[in-house]
Structure formats: C-alpha cells, structure tokens
Design a protein around this ligand. Structure first.
Ligand code: 0X9
Ligand code: ZN
Length: 439
C-alpha cells in the first residue's frame, strides 16, 4: 500500500517537475568536414537543437524537439548535412528507465548494488560503510571545498595500512567518475572498481589486489560533479554540465539587465580545466553543452579536484577519468592532433582494450582524444600537461556507438558487465604504466 503511494507520488513528481523529453528525437548527422562540425555547433546556438551531443568520428548525435524538427530539416538541407534517425521518442526511453528506477528494491543503509543506478547519498554511504568494514585498507574523506550547490566531493583512499603515515608517500593512482552528470554508468563503474579493490567483488583476484594495495595508494572520487548528477536524477535525465548560473543565452541581455532569450545554467566541466582553455570544441554561448566557463576553473568542482591533485603531483603515477558512451580508451592529447612525445607509450598501454574485450567481448577502441574531436580544457589533458603525467587517460564506457537508443541511458543489466570488464581493463592498464615499466 505504502509502496503504491510512494510510486504515485513519484509519478506525480515525474509529470510535474521532471523534464519529459516527449517527442524529442535523436538524429545522427554525418560529419564529413570541419565545416559540417561547425554547422552543427551553430545549429545549437540557433536554438534548433536542445542538446549538442558530441561529434563522434564521422558523425554527431543531436537531440531535437518535436517543434524544432522541421526547422532543423531545413537547416540540414541548406547546409547539405545528411542524417539518420536514431531515436524516435526520447521521452519514451526516459520514462522506461525511470519506471525501472522507481520499482528498484530499496537497499539497506551502506549497501550497494549493480542492478540499478543509485543517488549520490547511496554512493557516499556505501563508501563510508566500506571504510568501516575495511578500516585497515580504506578511509573516506571530503576533498576540501564545496560545490556551487553546497555538496561535498567525497573520495576514498585505498591502500594497505591506510592509517600509517608511510602509506601517504606511496605512488598514487587517481580515478574519478561522473564529471558529466548524465553519464550514470561512470560512477557505477568506479564504485565497482572500488568494491573490487577491497575484495567485495572479483574475489578470485585477491592476490593481485593485495599486491596493488601494497604498492600503491588509490584515491578515488566516484562523483566529481555531484550537483549535476543529482540534477540529472531529479529534474533532467540528460543534464551534462555543472549547475552554476552561467549567463544569458547567446550573451544577450535586455534593457533591464535580465536575459533577452533565457538564463543559462552550468558549464561543461570537461572544458573548464586550464590546458589550452577555451579554444577548440567549445562554444561562447553560456547555454551551450560545451560552454567552458568565463575562465578556467571558475567552477567549484573542477577547482576542488585540481587544488587537491596539484600538491600530489610528484606522487601521482596514473590519472583515469571515466565517461560514457562509445567504448573508447582515449589517450592524450585532446586539444591538438599533434602527436605527443610519449605517444608510443600510449599505444602500448592501449593493450588494456584486449583485457576488456576478453571479459565479455565488448570492444573498446584505442584512440587519441583529439582524433575523436579536438576539445580544449579537458581534465586528462590538464593532468598530462600541467601535472606532467604521461599516464593520463579517459575511458568512454558502454554502450558502443551503434547499439543504443539514448546512449547515456545504458540498460541496467549492463552496469555489472561494464564494471567487470573495467576492473580487468584497469589492471591491464596499471601493469603497463611508466612507473611499472621504466619506459
Ligand atoms: O567531450 C567530452 O568531454 C568527452 N566525451 S563525452 O561524450 N563523455 O562528453 C570526450 C573527451 C575527450 N577529450 C577530448 N576530445 N579533448
Ligand atoms: Zn563525458
């Protein structure tokens, strides 16, 4: 009875507070030249398209409302852009996922599961519970500072003898998830990696995990854009950015100092880091999905993470950030197609893709970030250039480019296999980092 009531209330809030995306379509637009790419970006600032979904190799997936569809078709024709229909009704996909979430069984405090996507409090409570159960190998802490909406970025430090002072000098591996709000499988995968390092899962790898924990300290933050993540759960499933007010659409103000078109929120946190900030793959429109902010690190969450990592520079041996989707292993650099000096090494570590494929057959392509599309100000480039770290990578998790309707809504039954294959991928990656090989 109570459960039915809860579901009714949730459905009511779904209808009245949640962006429905009814009648929205996703189109896959073929990109054959830099002009095509630019035309897609312009389409966004003309308000014809609601979300600029990243330009993949050879195409760009764009989300378009029912009302804007005819204008969009005209625009495509006049710019000689061809496209195919990927999703007829995004709203239906979102409703389906949301119903599944509402019906997911409740879990006890501190518990976690990989059959549904969890809210931030469940993630943080599970980290704390792990630190209690594995008190000699794990401790949780908040990175200093608060996000714009006043949330903490919680991290877990995992290493043998975690309370000893000496453990703080060990070589450091940093992993983060959730920099893009809607990429829900990213925090879930990072949580699975944490559980596995502590022997909650992947129990057959205990010898390997113990050796890793003896050698390294891991600091792992599963959700480094918590404001955006919560927003994507309660208001807008396809939210990507942070939540800080960013200005007015097209930077147009009215006579009274308000916005001429509409107020914009959020900055793309993966364009907000200082490396080559604001140049490639960005838009100056504060409403854009790839708006990099007014300046580097003007978002609390990117500032918090960079301030935390900078003093650890000398200890840091590996930086990995988890995104979705497309199944890619992206190596530096992302802002220029010029080959970095350590490119041969990056090719070698790309072998982690084989380990991933061996688990469940999913193929992750090894590619230089800029070959996906050049974009300035991403976190992995910052770790590579500013922290001087050769081993700095971005994973794009499941699904691949073709087997999906709404790529960010990975079906729940794929959460676990994604976690499993990425434990294998990470172990293979660590085996090849410079620190372990003296390259
Ligand atoms: O665009 C991004 O920030 C990443 N893709 S996503 O779909 N998760 O948004 C890719 C970042 C790769 N870096 C560069 N191309 N610089
Ligand atoms: Zn992303």
């Amino acid at each position: 009875m109570l459960r039915n009531f809860v579901i009714l209330v949730a459905l009511f809030s779904t209808i009245y507070c949640y962006k429905t995306y009814d009648g929205y379509k996703i189109l896959r637009v073929n990109i054959n030249s830099a002009d095509d790419h630019q035309n897609i970006l312009s389409l966004e600032s003309e308000d014809v398209q609601e979300i600029f979904s990243e330009g993949r190799s050879g195409h760009s997936d764009v989300l378009i409302s029912f009302q804007n569809f005819p204008r969009c078709q005209t625009y495509f024709q006049s710019h000689e852009l061809t496209y195919s229909l990927v999703s007829e009704d995004v709203g239906a996909e979102i409703r389906k996922e949301r119903q599944g979430l509402l019906l997911a069984p409740q879990i006890a405090q501190g518990e976690f599961s990989y059959d549904t996507y969890h809210r931030l409090n469940i993630i943080y409570e599970h980290l704390d519970a792990l630190a209690v159960t594995h008190s000699s190998n794990a401790e949780t802490f908040n990175l200093p500072g608060e996000t714009f909406e006043g949330r903490k970025i919680q991290a877990i430090r995992i290493t043998t003898n975690v309370t000893s002072e000496a453990s703080k000098d060990k070589p450091l591996i940093w992993l983060d998830g959730g920099i893009h709000a809607r990429e829900w499988v990213s925090p879930a995968t990072v949580m699975y990696i944490i559980d596995s390092l502590l022997g909650e899962h992947e129990k057959d790898k205990s010898t390997q995990m113990t050796a890793l924990l003896d050698e390294f300290q891991f600091i792992i933050a599963p959700s480094i854009n918590p404001d955006g993540y919560e927003h994507s759960h309660v208001k807008d499933r396809l939210w990507r950015k942070t939540r800080k007010p960013s200005g007015c659409k097209k930077n147009k103000y009215n006579w009274f100092g308000g916005c001429f078109y509409k107020r914009c929120y959020g900055v793309d946190p993966n364009r907000n880091w200082s490396t080559d900030w604001g140049r490639a793959g960005v838009s100056t429109d504060p409403c854009s999905e790839v708006y990099p902010g007014k300046e580097a690190f003007d978002q609390e969450n990117t500032r918090i993470v960079s301030d935390f990592l900078t003093p650890h520079k000398d200890k840091l041996k590996l930086y990995v950030t988890y995104h979705s989707y497309s199944q890619l292993f992206l190596t530096p650099l992302g802002y220029t197609t010029a080959e970095p000096a350590n490119y041969q090494h990056h090719l070698k570590v790309g072998a982690c893709g084989d380990a991933i494929a061996q688990r469940h057959g999913a193929k992750y392509i090894n590619q230089r970030s800029a070959a996906l599309y050049p974009a300035s100000g991403d976190s992995a480039d910052w770790a590579h250039d500013v922290l001087g770290l050769t081993d700095s990578y971005t994973f794009e998790l499941r699904p691949d480019e073709n087997s999906w309707k709404v790529g960010f809504e990975l079906p729940e039954e794929q959460i676990l296999p994604t976690g499993e294959e990425n434990v294998d991928g990470l172990l293979a990656l660590i085996a090849n980092i410079e620190y372990n090989n003296d390259v």
